[in-house]
Design a protein around this ligand. Structure first.
Ligand SMILES: Cc1ncc(COP(=O)(O)O)c(C=O)c1O
Length: 393
């Protein structure tokens, strides 16, 4: 067992003070939150060390609106060396989270009210929110829950003169599936045919147990000028609170346009230098930590699958990527929200319900379990649910 991911590394006293977004800090002490996808472990020590050095210099001036060069370089190198995606550092735009990255892309793309963006269903609620915030309309398109693939016949029927983009989530949150090379090429060619932007949210791409997930910029894939990547360091490096994200453009003109729409030059928006310094340390020095984290997660994934298999009320489901399981409820007229409320009330374990508000309509009838915690905490949560299983059906 790697000590970084042992139970003693989970400092509940700190998490109960700091971990918001449906996690430890918003629940009474007895509750175990397997909710928002945020690890219970401290980040790699290189991150704290880089921040400490920066703090000791004592200067906190305005940063570059275009982003810190070292961080841009670190992102470009991460894509080039780990993802077969030769990314130029000048085409990376650091932003204060992947969430904001999606908002910036949507703003750049939806320039006329009512512009439409195709989004997968199910997918994280940020897809719809980013499009609607930009004055656009999100058009959910069902994907196969086993493969996260679109049905291209029904996708074609959704195209009209207002359609501007297709957003993809690779790997998909909540499905835990990465898209195949063939599917990515189909999406790129479809976008080319209809002159659409392809926005690929790759924030989960490093949590890939079989190392199968491809970036939309992988050089094996069809090339196309209107590709954009949105990603960040919340999931792979446990840095959600530092709000570190980035967008990668295909060319200089698009990058300039993203910078304009980011509003960084107004100083009202932007990513703090301290976050970029932390991100640089994680990407340049934390790869060993990420590999150890993946090994731990792999074990937690097996535990979670075994738990799901053992539950009468859940359909079997194996996670291929992400640290999320998304089983379907086997019950008649299953309502995700009611089930999650019941589980919380009876067992003091908090989960995330499926349903339109969180993951679009097709996700209704599912529950989401985040397993990026210690073995002991996960076992305790699962045994609590097992103890009340007979009351849940
Ligand atoms: C698919 C997806 N995109 C974006 C985000 C947001 O990431 P960030 O913390 O960088 O805003 C999440 C967080 O859960 C996510 O699942």
């Amino acid at each position: 067992m790697n000590p970084s991911f042992a139970n003693d590394s989970v400092n509940l006293e700190v998490l109960r003070r700091r971990a918001y977004n449906y996690r430890w800090a918003i629940h009474p002490p007895g509750v175990i939150p397997l909710t928002a996808a945020d690890p219970d472990f401290p980040a790699c020590p290189e991150v704290a060390e880089a921040i400490r050095k920066h703090l000791l210099e004592g200067y906190f001036p305005y940063g570059r609106p275009e982003g810190d060069n070292q961080f841009k370089q670190a992102v470009a190198s991460w894509y080039t060396r780990r993802k077969n995606s030769p990314v130029a550092e000048n085409l990376v735009l650091p932003v204060n989270s992947a969430a904001y990255g999606l908002f910036v892309c949507a703003r750049m793309i939806c320039t006329n009210p009512g512009d439409e963006v195709l989004i997968p269903d199910p997918v994280d609620f940020l897809f719809r929110k980013s499009v609607e915030n930009a004055g656009g309309v999100a058009i959910p398109c069902k994907v196969n829950p086993d493969t996260a693939e679109f049905d291209f016949d029904s996708l074609s029927q959704k195209i009209n003169a207002r359609t501007k983009a297709i957003f993809i989530c690779n790997p998909n949150n909540p499905l835990g599936r990465a898209l195949s090379k063939e599917e990515l090429n189909r999406i790129i060619l479809f976008a080319q045919k209809h002159d659409l932007w392809v926005v690929s949210d790759e924030i989960w791409a490093d949590i890939d147990f079989d190392k199968k997930c491809l970036s939309v910029f992988d050089s094996k894939l069809e090339s196309y000028a209107k590709k954009l990547v949105v990603s960040g360091l919340s999931k792979n490096f446990a840095l959600a609170g530092l709000r570190i994200g980035y967008i990668i453009a295909s060319d200089e003109q698009t990058w300039q346009s993203l910078l304009t729409f980011s509003l960084h030059q107004t100083t009202a928006f932007g990513i703090p230098l301290i976050s970029q310094i932390a991100g640089t340390a994680a990407l340049n020095e934390g790869e060993y930590w990420l590999e150890a984290f993946l090994q731990h997660l792999n074990k937690m994934r097996d535990k979670t699958s075994a738990f799901i298999d053992s539950c009468e009320f859940l359909e079997t489901r194996i996670t291929e990527c992400t640290y999320l399981a998304f089983p379907k409820l086997k019950l008649h007229e299953a309502n995700s929200t009611k089930m999650v409320e019941k589980i919380l009330e009876l067992s003091n374990v908090a989960l995330v319900p499926g349903g339109k508000e969180w993951f679009e309509s097709q996700s209704e009838g599912h529950i989401r379990i985040c397993f990026s915690t210690s073995e002991e905490i996960l076992e305790e949560a699962f045994s609590r649910i097992k103890a009340v299983e007979h009351l849940l059906t």
